[in-house]
Design a protein around this ligand. Structure first.
Ligand code: DX5
Ligand code: ZN
Length: 220
């Protein structure tokens, strides 16, 4: 089973004082999850590569592109400092080609599926993917409720790929993360639960503990 990672989504960060805000999260984050929205693939706008390039941190940046035709922007995000690029199966005309293009830039190439998208849609790209993300909300907004109906998809992927990094994103907290851990997820993207907490470090630790407990039960 791959390593457990807690990756706070910085969608709800203070963008007027971003680097200062992120500094406070560095001590307990395995990566920062950067949500990029185009107001087209999803009904919300967030940030682009220009803002990502202003981030000064030693923590890896996982760029989750909720945008149509992501191929047009891969190079911009690589230049902006992305450690990994995550593209939606629903947003790419040629998913395999786009995943390869990301890899050719020397960054991790990861695929994302929406709650209603079946695993079979990414069958061809999974063997070469560096990670997969199963959305547990409809993408576009933070603060939505976790959708337990996506859990069988995580189990299905884990069964076939015991070593693959499997992430889950949307509505993650200390109650929902263990459900995803129990079926094989190992990367937990959490926005509101960590950033809106009065003590983000405690929240992240609580999440890590809850996930580890679920994992131990899995091993026994
Ligand atoms: C949703 C984004 C998520 C979001 C998670 O479209 O992809 O990363 O920020 O936020 P919470 O944890 O509040 O659901
Ligand atoms: Zn996200």
């Amino acid at each position: 089973m791959p390593k457990i990672k807690i990756t706070p989504s910085i969608l709800g960060a203070d963008y007027g004082d971003l680097n200062h805000h992120l500094q406070k999260l560095e001590g307990f984050s395995d990566a920062f999850h950067v949500d990029v929205m185009d107001g087209n693939f999803v009904p919300n706008l967030s940030i682009g590569a220009m803002v990502v390039s202003c981030i000064k941190t030693t923590i890896p940046l996982d760029c989750h592109l909720m945008i149509n035709n992501p191929a047009n922007y891969i190079e911009d995000f690589v230049k902006a400092g992305a450690h990994s690029i995550w593209i939606h199966a629903e947003a790419s005309k040629d998913l395999k080609k786009n995943m390869e293009a990301i890899r050719d830039f020397g960054v991790l190439s990861c695929v994302v599926i929406n709650p209603e998208t079946p695993v079979k849609k990414i069958k061809k790209v999974l063997p070469a993917a560096d990670a997969v993300l199963v959305m547990s909300v409809h993408p576009g907004f933070g603060g939505q409720a976790f959708m337990p109906e996506v859990l069988p998809k995580i189990a299905e992927i884990r069964k076939e790929y015991p070593e693959l990094d499997i992430a889950v994103d949307g509505g993650i907290n200390d109650k929902t993360a263990p459900l995803a851990a129990a079926v094989g997820a190992n990367i937990f993207v959490a926005g509101s639960y960590i950033l809106k907490s009065s003590n983000p470090e405690d929240a992240a630790n609580k999440l890590r503990d809850a996930v580890s407990a679920a994992n131990n039960m899995l091993i026994k």
